[in-house]
Design a protein. Structure first.
Length: 236
């Protein structure tokens, strides 16, 4: 089973920061997941929310600010004083440190309806980094996935199910040739796993942080888990 470091090693370091990504790499994570938004000046910023109030107490929307305005904000102290001074990374910064054998799962939080042109910028960066084979783009915004597919017929896609019905999810996954169904641990069932596998799709489950949860999903036959603790791959 593939263990994907959720927002980096976010159980050990502030999520979606270079500290979390470097910790995940040091722990031997074979894959890392992160979230992407876009600033007013079209920089692809790695953060979970569309503002920074949860990790930096800044309520400005990322879509309304320039990169220069947020690039020096402290997004680590909320987690622990040892991470004071951690800055927001850009997606290109993460590619700079990523070994070529590590898979990157890039979640576009919202598509062009909120961040005009974000899909094209993500795809362009993937191409510039020669990273198509090791990057999988996912989103709950399924229109964004359709947009990504229209830009590149071969790019790897993951379909975040959310509240979409299974029937609709399977149909749309076929439309865009998504390779994985990404689903919550609260939602996943043997029926869903079977339906996805019958159609040649992987099932990736979030967020799984204990050996008991992992072992239950192994029995269900899921293909991978998103985990805050990359060492879960070693816990037995």
């Amino acid at each position: 089973m593939l263990v994907i470091a959720h927002r980096g090693a976010s159980g050990h370091a502030p999520e979606n920061t270079m500290a979390a990504f470097l910790r995940a790499l040091a722990m031997g994570a074979p894959a890392i997941e992160l979230d992407v938004h876009q600033t007013l000046d079209h920089q692809l910023v790695v953060a979970h929310d569309d503002d920074l109030k949860r990790c930096g107490r800044d309520r400005r929307r990322l879509k309304n600010v320039h990169w220069e305005d947020v690039s020096t904000l402290d997004v680590g102290s909320w987690f622990d004083k040892d991470f004071a001074g951690e800055r927001l990374p850009r997606l290109e910064d993460v590619y700079d440190i990523l070994p070529k054998n590590v898979e990157l799962h890039v979640e576009i939080k919202r598509g062009s309806s909120v961040y005009p042109g974000i899909e094209e910028r993500v795809v362009d960066l993937i191409h510039k980094r020669n990273a198509s084979a090791r990057t999988l783009v996912s989103s709950f915004d399924h229109a964004a996935l359709y947009s990504v597919r229209s830009l590149d017929e071969k790019i790897r896609l993951g379909y975040l199910m959310g509240l979409t019905t299974l029937q609709t999810a399977l149909r749309e996954m076929k439309d865009i040739d998504a390779e994985s169904l990404n689903i919550s641990a609260r939602q996943v069932t043997a029926r869903i796993v079977k339906a996805a596998h019958e159609r040649g799709r992987r099932v990736l489950v979030y967020t799984v942080n204990t050996p008991a949860e992992r072992d239950k999903l192994v029995k269900l036959g899921v293909d991978g888990i998103f985990c805050n603790y990359p060492e879960l791959n070693l816990w037995r």
